[in-house]
Design a protein around this ligand. Structure first.
Ligand code: SAH
Length: 217
């Protein structure tokens, strides 16, 4: 996707001040973060803060993640360009757009139909074609298109949803925030011989994953 001249200066500043300074190095990830017009995914009332160094409120009491979190999670997926990716938590669709820039195809699941419809409208208007959006409880994953080379969950689970790990390919990577609302840890989990091998990326604070495969908070 060509870089839009609108807000390009804001994006360059975001890259330098928020991403590169904190250690995001992958040139493909940085290029994708420069290409995707974040301002198109934030509500009108938040437009002046589109490139602020924090999460912003969107409809249905949800949030669009902080740019650094989007970049860190994306970099941790180690995308080379042809992977199939499952995203749980479409939200605004911003992370979906970044994934569309970097992967072969993206399936994104959201429990709020209203958010999914708005995200679809925006992704279509930006010309993305390598995605499908599903309205469903993502704690079940989306078995129809499984297995996935990569899985990213953008809402916090108390523990790893087993069905998500089941739908990950051998050698694949799953990135997910885990833990109670106040003390979450962003984990990258690789499937090695069918077993999870996890490492912690950072502390974080995401909205909760709400679904029947997830125990109540
Ligand atoms: N990637 C999004 C983040 C949105 S916040 C963005 O940057 O805009 C996380 C999203 O996960 C919310 O939209 C919330 O509705 C969704 N969510 C929470 N539990 C879910 C579940 N069980 N299935 C699908 N989506 C879920």
């Amino acid at each position: 996707m060509p870089i839009s001249p609108n807000h390009k200066r804001d994006r360059l500043k975001m890259l330098a001040d928020q991403l590169e300074r904190r250690g995001i190095r992958n040139p493909r990830v940085l290029r994708a973060m420069l290409s995707v017009p974040r301002e198109r995914f934030v509500p009108a009332g938040e437009l002046v803060d589109a490139y602020a160094d924090r999460a912003l409120n969107i409809d249905c009491g949800q949030t669009i993640s902080q740019p650094y979190m989007v970049a860190l999670m994306t970099e941790s997926l180690e995308l080379a360009g042809r992977e199939s990716v499952l995203e749980i938590g479409t939200g605004s669709g911003y992370q979906t757009a970044v994934l569309c820039e970097l992967a072969g195809c993206v399936t994104s699941v959201e429990r709020h139909a209203e958010l999914s419809i708005a995200a679809d409208r925006m992704l279509q208007s930006l010309g993305y074609k390598n995605y499908q959006l599903i309205v469903a409880d993502g704690t079940y994953g989306w078995p129809e298109a499984a297995p996935y080379d990569r899985i990213i969950c953008t809402a916090a689970a108390q523990r790893m949803p087993p069905l998500l790990f089941d739908q990950l390919s051998e050698g694949g990577i799953l990135v997910i925030p885990l833990g109670a609302s106040e003390a979450q840890s962003l984990e990258a989990v690789r499937k090695v011989n069918g077993q999870p091998r996890s490492h912690k990326l950072t502390g974080c604070r995401f909205v909760p994953l709400v679904g029947s495969e997830e125990p109540r908070w």
